[in-house]
Write a protein that binds this ligand. Sequence first.
Ligand SMILES: Nc1nc2c(c(=O)[nH]1)N[C@H]1C(S)=C(S)[C@@H](COP(=O)(O)OP(=O)(O)OC[C@H]3O[C@@H](n4cnc5c(=O)[nH]c(N)nc54)[C@H](O)[C@@H]3O)O[C@H]1N2
Ligand SMILES: Nc1nc2c(c(=O)[nH]1)N[C@H]1C(S)=C(S)[C@@H](COP(=O)(O)OP(=O)(O)OC[C@H]3O[C@@H](n4cnc5c(=O)[nH]c(N)nc54)[C@H](O)[C@@H]3O)O[C@H]1N2
Ligand SMILES: [Mo]
Length: 669
Amino acid sequence: MNTEMKRSVCPFDCPDACGLLVEVIDGKAVKVKGDPEHPFTKGTLCPKMNHYERTVHSPQRLKQPLLRIGEKGAGNFKPISWAEGIQYIVDRWKGIISNYGAEAILPYSYAGTMGVVQRNCGEAFFHKLGASRLARTICSSAKGYGWSSVMGNTLAPHPDEVKKSDFILLWGTNALATNIHLLQNVKEAKKRGAVVWLIDTYENPTAQIVDKVVLVKPGRDGALALGLMHILVREGWIDLPFVTKHVQGFEQLQSQILPDYTPDKVSQITGIDVKLLEELALHYAKAKGPFITLGSGLCRYGNGAMTVRAITCLPALVGAWGKPGGGLLASISTGPAFVTSKVTREDFLSEQPRIVNMNQLGQALTELSEPPIMSMYVFHSNPAVVAPDQTKIIKGLSRENLFTVVHERFMTDTARYADIILPATSSLEHSDIYRAYGHYGIQRATGIIPPVGEAKSNWEVFQLLAQAMGYKESFFAQSADDLINQLLDPPTPWLEGVDFVNLQAGRPVELSLPQDYKTTYLTPSGKIEIYSSVEAEPLPRYFDPYEDDAPFYLMSAPSLYSLNSSFNERPDLLQKKEEAYLQMNPKDAEDKKLQDGQKVIAYNDRGEVVFILKLAPTVPQGVLVTEGLFSKEKMQGAYSVNALTSQRLTDRAEGSTLYDVKVDVRLYS
Ligand SMILES: Nc1nc2c(c(=O)[nH]1)N[C@H]1C(S)=C(S)[C@@H](COP(=O)(O)OP(=O)(O)OC[C@H]3O[C@@H](n4cnc5c(=O)[nH]c(N)nc54)[C@H](O)[C@@H]3O)O[C@H]1N2
Ligand SMILES: Nc1nc2c(c(=O)[nH]1)N[C@H]1C(S)=C(S)[C@@H](COP(=O)(O)OP(=O)(O)OC[C@H]3O[C@@H](n4cnc5c(=O)[nH]c(N)nc54)[C@H](O)[C@@H]3O)O[C@H]1N2
Ligand SMILES: [Mo]
């Protein structure tokens, strides 16, 4: 028996990007635990990654290329060889290109793996092919936009800053599920006496560890932020020296905007009691180092970018950036650390093919013309479950004349509709380099076990496709490790300070931050821009979200036991998720004459989804909550939650509006 302990990284779409230690016996991962040497994650893992080996060696792993033999979506396939599969794809694509042009082919990918190479390497191939491009904006593009419109490229605070804070505002985040190591820092601050509040649309599981919860009407946080700023001004709680030195546009905000957002009016918009508003403003203003951690839920509304913009102005008014423990963490962006274009190769584009928004896949597959989408290549994403307006997507995927290829680890709902399925490696089977959006660590990883079955990595498949297409660029002949080496050499300014010996040895290392980064504002004016001359609305204001005409808001929030639609392969985790519940306030249930445990249908103009009703006093009246994305197999009906969400986009940055949804509910009969 050959036992080894190897380092790796969690590849999933989560801010924490945990360091892993994997025990490998005879080429099999048998145990996965947290790497105690990781500067941020320090050896603890979430319930999903504890036992990652169960995912990696799951009996449900796809092990061979498959060709569809039955009806679309029926899930009947026969094994074929890789050579046959690749030839089949390339032959079909050549036919489509000569009849419709390459734009009739659409790549669809998102964040099954967050590694810089495996995540982005499809771009180079599809640029060379001339395929339609994909706007990858399903997650939080509106949040990024809102933050940047005020702060530009300013560096986000280091997550350890939280430990020094005395008042922490968890704003629209269920950190207990989605950012557990930040919560460690919050708990540490709490031990030292910090007060922690949560602002959310329901008492999410993180509510258990906070001092107070503020329940806000969905999509109204922009008004809340402006109302808080109104009180700060009224009470004279503004840090004027900071504002004078570092802020652009405070006077205009104060004179033109804030007078409109009186506590009474804001209370009406947000549903928050005036007394509670005043109390929140007092805590925020009087804190020595007020810290906001901003989740992404509130950006997934028609007004999402503006909401984030308004919230991002708050710390500037009280000078939080100048104080230890003060600041606002929306997301950590370490983009410039790696020159990603070395992997994505925009220079391979000979023209500028059209861009299809990933949130409007339903429309793209059923309505787009000139040319219509005739083929889709899906890799590390599961659009049949995760993308909005599922009914339309399924209609599109069912098209007999749509040639669909899915590169996957598991038989997902999307893979069921494929013509060809290609088996994908897990992160333990391929090389990559990782950064994080919740800390400043980076880490290189290599394959530590052989591929399971005939699985191949994203990059290996694009190499095969490029070869079969006859592409001669030497780029496609390189290995994933070659690509990683190019990302590291020559080092970007950010990488220059990094410990290369440890990085190359696969250990986690941190990018170092300049001393004064919290007061260095990388905006056009060099100041925090409350007033923005490039925005159509130069000052933040409140706009209503879209809102459907139906009685209940529907939150489809993350579950502790899955990650978007990933981990649905794990019986141990599915058991913990129990059922696709719809949580409803008991008073609403009484009005609707519905009872706990009943099968109910949530419905709107776009679709119908069957859930099990769960009465939950933690959910306010008028709001419904379902946690986790389930595969169709685990649902009581044909659809899952995204049959209810819409393809509408955010105010800026073309983001998803997954939470800007209303529904009604009736008993299933
Ligand atoms: N266990 C687990 N971890 C995950 C994920 C997962 O699915 N499961 N998903 C990963 C991904 S892809 C992402 S992007 C991150 C997301 O992580 P975060 O961006 O931190 O957000 P979430 O934790 O998803 O929590 C969203 C919260 O926003 C609340 N919310 C919704 N609408 C509003 C609103 O209008 N106002 C306010 N104040 N709150 C609102 C919801 O009720 C929910 O509690 O987490 C990642 N980590
Ligand atoms: N209603 C609702 N919908 C949501 C959300 C929500 O909160 N509510 N969250 C949204 C958010 S924030 C996001 S980011 C998106 C996420 O959307 P996706 O990025 O599509 O996320 P997953 O559901 O995790 O699907 C990833 C798939 O990639 C596969 N995979 C993993 N590693 C690899 C690999 O190396 N190669 C290949 N080829 N495949 C691999 C996995 O098996 C999995 O099936 O979903 C969004 N959808
Ligand atoms: Mo996301």
